[in-house]
Design a binder for this molecule. Structure first.
Ligand code: ADP
Ligand code: MG
Ligand code: MG
Length: 893
């Protein structure tokens, strides 16, 4: 019942697994306490208490008494009372949520000091300066975080005191100076907050606790949580911790450290130390810290003890930890630890190092890395040693390092890139009309929009470097120029560099180095070789762990032999989606045009006859590249108008020609056809299986090309494993008709070539009706491939080409979804259809093969979902294959 709820835990009562309740800081302070490490005693007020306070505006009724009881216990233990005049117990009141939110919330040190107790502290410590320094710090921190006084007023006063005394650093201020500063600070508080700085210690503590609760809901904390996808209703815990003092002279100090290098993973001594200071000075950069290794000279005993503790922590947490510590007159105290953040590269290295140390096993190692980290390691990057001139910073929307000439419109981007130039497309924001330019560019830079803007979403989809929302840049597309802070103008053609991993924008060419991880996947660098990169070794081993563990197979979306070969090098176990529409472009467009314009059967058959050998050749090459592995070929899917000229352009051309009275017959026919084929909703129009059913001979030509190519490969002693996939089926009847025709053609080819072909025929499940009738459809399909892009569009009723630029930003901001359903599968909606269809299909046909070929196939979270619902494989773009392999392995642990 409510009365039994415990809102306060002594550090001796908690442990590291209670992060939900005690926050990360509190849980780990308890864990260290119980490990016997020197932690200053204290207690933690739970996140539950915070939630009650935030919901009702008042702290829970029982909290005050519970805090009192813990405070009394603490006072007894320490042998002094909070704020006691002759020998005050001082405490810090520290925020600490479940997930670390660096610098987002508040902490107040030295609570318990007052005009009276400052004297007591001075007498006890035998150090006036220290006592007054601590007091001015309290008023400063309390004034700022609890009473809401502008922190700069205190900073300015401190600076003024230093200037008056002609000293550079605060340690040179003497007791008398600090005493004056305290008077000044109290005056600032009175003037700004309209009240005196509270002299009662318990009042100080209670106000600070409330301030920490309140800091959960500051605007910057909310924004941070939204960006990091941390739920908004967790609340923060509050830690009340007895003070230890690093500002007691040169034999005292404070520092931070990592148990190993968070950038490389190397074991060693990494950290910073600051003599004669309190904790916040290190982060604030008030004085220069020294490398932790120097502590060995300053205080060998504490140094050795610290290294021992770091080893204890690593062995205990079995991971890299970061710590905060303070030395008070030669006595070491631990103030915080947590499993530390690290770079992507270090994550891989540390995971394998820990395996080698016998601390974790392969399964655990897989949990220590992510597909997103691997993806990060695969992008080329700027040479870290390069001289650069940074001119702006936007949102790191899609990682990578891109260099090129600035262009301000898509047309120029395409034109210049065709003539071999590398370009960066710079826009205020992009829209679907910029697609060509985005494809042609090395990278995309916009001055507006966030992580979900059109530019960001599309660039990520294409794996293209993108920095968006770089608001300091003034982009003037009309005059084809951009003005950077400081007034320098970048004209069209000037070289710029953008870093999609950091969001930074540079003038000029920053040298780019390829990622060693990609060199490794491409087979240009080998694990185990003498010169192999340490990172490559680690990635190699982790990939092997993942491959051993995973059940899901990973295929590639690839349309040509070149992509197929690369996919194979990256570990693809087949092609899950070969789009044939790409085989209808370029020189062949004319043939396709003729097919569409054909008035008679003969005309149509003639163009199909000419397309056949071309298609066949594509397939022969593809089957050869993927010899021995399955290749799923999707028959033509997009609406036909995509192969015809743009309606507006053509209308203008015809109108101009008519005005000149030399209209060309073919253009007129084309224009009629364009009008005839024009659809209001082409995505829901004549496409997919519907094309096969209304355009005689189209699908059978494609099937024939596949069958003949397979036969040719077999005759050449190859091992082609073609699978034919019918898109956009809504009902089994559609599939049956197409299937019957296909079977006939295959039989003909078998008879003509004398080669037995086992060509599986299956379908995409990408319409709700198909998913709902999957049991029936499985009668006519040997496999399903879930087309989760179209399925997401049709289940949500979202047009993918439009929504991301129009209202998705608002949806994401309002929290309607945390991530675009086109990026990560919507488990509850689209996902549940996938699951149900998979089950229904398998009931009809137990050996039904199940895969997915939407963008989701390479998305980490989605891969886990597809593993859970029992699919056989995911298919994704070649570059995403290692990510999918890794995540499939992680999903299986
Ligand atoms: P943050 O989460 O911002 O790091 P902390 O609560 O850890 O905030 O505290 C800020 C600084 O004050 C840290 O450097 C910490 O080590 C120091 N600190 C906190 N509590 C104490 C204490 N009881 N005694 C000495 N220093 C402390
Ligand atoms: Mg801290
Ligand atoms: Mg589709």
């Amino acid at each position: 019942s409510v009365e039994d709820v415990k809102f306060v835990y002594d550090f001796t009562e908690g442990n590291k697994d209670l992060k939900d309740l005690l926050g990360g800081k509190g849980a780990n302070l308890a864990e260290m306490t119980n490990l016997g490490l020197p932690v200053p005693p204290g207690f933690t007020i739970t996140t539950e208490a915070c939630k009650v306070y935030l919901d009702s505006g008042e702290e829970p009724a029982a909290l005050r008494d519970e805090v009192s009881a813990h405070l009394v216990a603490l006072e007894e233990r320490m042998g002094k009372k909070l704020g006691q005049a002759d020998d005050p117990l001082l405490v810090s009141v520290r925020s600490g949520a479940k997930f670390s939110m660096p610098g987002m919330m508040d902490t107040v040190l030295n609570i318990g000091l007052s005009d009276k107790s400052v004297q007591g502290l001075a007498a006890q410590a035998g150090d006036d300066r220290f006592a007054w320094d601590s007091y001015r710090r309290l008023i400063q921190m309390f004034g700022k975080t609890v009473l809401g006084v502008d922190g700069e007023l205190f900073e300015d006063a401190l600076d003024a005191a230093k200037t008056a005394k002609k000293v550079a650093v605060d340690t040179e201020l003497e007791a008398a100076d600090l005493k004056k500063l305290v008077t000044k600070f109290k005056r600032i508080v009175k003037a700004e907050a309209g009240r005196d700085f509270p002299q009662d210690a318990r009042e100080q503590m209670d106000l600070a606790i409330h301030a920490v609760f309140d800091s959960w809901n500051t605007d910057r904390a909310k924004l941070y949580r939204r960006q990091e996808r941390i739920p908004g209703d967790l609340g923060t815990a509050v830690n009340v911790c007895s003070m230890v003092f690093g500002n007691l002279g040169p034999d005292s100090g404070t520092g931070v450290a990592f148990t190993r290098d968070p950038a490389s993973g190397h074991q060693g001594v990494y950290g910073d130390y600051l003599q004669n200071a309190q904790g916040e000075d290190v982060v604030a950069g008030i004085r220069n810290t020294v490398p932790l290794a120097e502590l060995e000279q300053i205080d060998k005993k504490s140094y050795d003890q610290l290294l021992g503790i770091m080893e204890t922590l690593e062995n205990h947490y079995k991971d890299l930890c970061d710590i905060e510590f303070t030395i008070e007159r030669g006595q070491l105290w631990m103030l915080q630890t947590r499993v530390g953040k690290r770079t992507a590269g270090a994550a891989f290295r540390i995971a394998t190092q820990l395996v080698d140390q016998g601390l974790i096993d392969e399964t655990e190692a897989l949990q220590r890395v992510t597909g997103a980290q691997l993806a990060q390691l695969m992008f080329p990057r700027f040479d870290e040693d390069a001289k650069v001139e940074k001119v702006g910073r936007g949102i790191a929307a899609s990682p990578g390092a891109a260099v090129g000439k600035a262009v301000f419109d898509s047309y120029t981007a395409v034109k210049w890139s065709r003539s071999g130039e590398k370009v960066i497309l710079v826009r205020r924001e992009t829209n679907p009309d910029d697609l060509d330019g985005m494809i042609a560019a090395e990278g995309i830079l916009t001055s507006r929009g966030g992580k979900t803007s059109h530019a960001a979403v599309v660039a990520r989809g294409m794996g293209k470097t993108c920095v968006c929302g770089a608001e300091e840049l003034e982009v003037d597309t009309k005059r084809r120029r951009m003005t950077v802070p400081g007034g320098h103008v970048v004209e069209e053609g000037d070289v710029i560099s953008i870093d999609g991993s950091s969001g930074k924008v540079y003038l000029g060419e920053v040298p780019v180095v390829p990622s060693p991880v990609v060199e490794y996947f491409e087979g240009r660098m080998h694990a185990g070789a003498d010169d192999a990169d340490e990172l490559v070794e680690a990635v190699h081993r982790i990939m092997a762990f993942a491959d051993r563990k995973r059940r899901l197979r990973v295929r590639a979306n690839a349309d040509n032999a070149e992509d197929a070969l690369r996919a194979r090098r990256f570990g693809a176990q087949g092609i899950g989606l070969c789009r044939t529409e790409h085989m209808f472009l370029g020189d062949r467009r004319e043939l396709v045009e003729r097919l569409i314009l054909a008035d008679t059967d003969e005309e149509r058959e003639e163009s199909l006859k000419q397309l056949l050998p071309l298609q066949k050749k594509d397939f022969v090459e593809l089957f050869e590249a993927m010899d021995g592995l399955p290749v799923t070929v999707r028959l033509l899917d997009p609406p036909l108008h995509e192969f015809l000229p743009d309606i507006t352009e053509l209308s203008v051309r015809v109108a101009l020609a008519e005005a000149r009275k030399d209209a060309n017959e073919n253009d007129l026919r084309l224009l009629q056809a364009v009008h005839r084929l024009h659809e209001a909703n082409p995505m829901l129009g004549l496409r997919g299986v519907r094309l096969g059913l209304v355009i005689p001979g189209l699908f059978t030509m494609q099937v024939r090309a596949i069958a003949e190519a397979a036969a040719e490969r077999k005759n050449a002693k190859g091992d082609p494993r073609a699978e034919i996939m019918i898109p956009l089926v809504g009902t089994v009847q559609e599939l049956e008709i197409v299937r019957e025709e296909a079977d006939e053609v295959i039989a003909e080819v078998e008879a003509a070539t004398g080669v037995a072909l086992k060509l599986a025929i299956g379908t995409m499940i990408e319409l709700p009706r198909a998913a709902l009738t999957a049991g029936q459809i499985a009668e006519a399909a040997e496999f399903f491939s879930f087309g989760t892009n179209d399925l997401t569009q049709t289940v949500w009723g979202f047009s993918r080409d439009d929504v991301e630029a129009s209202f998705f930003t608002a949806y994401l901001e309002k929290g309607i979804f945390g991530v675009s359903p086109f990026e990560t599968i919507d488990k509850d909606g689209v996902g549940s259809l996938v699951k149900a269809a998979a089950e229904a299909g398998r009931r009809t046909r137990p050996d039904l093969k199940l895969g997915v070929c939407g963008e989701h196939g390479g998305d980490p979270e989605s891969v886990h979902f597809f593993h859970e619902v029992g699919l056989d494989y995911v298919s994704c773009s070649p570059f995403r294959i290692p990510v999918a392999r890794l995540e499939a392995g992680r999903a299986a642990t």
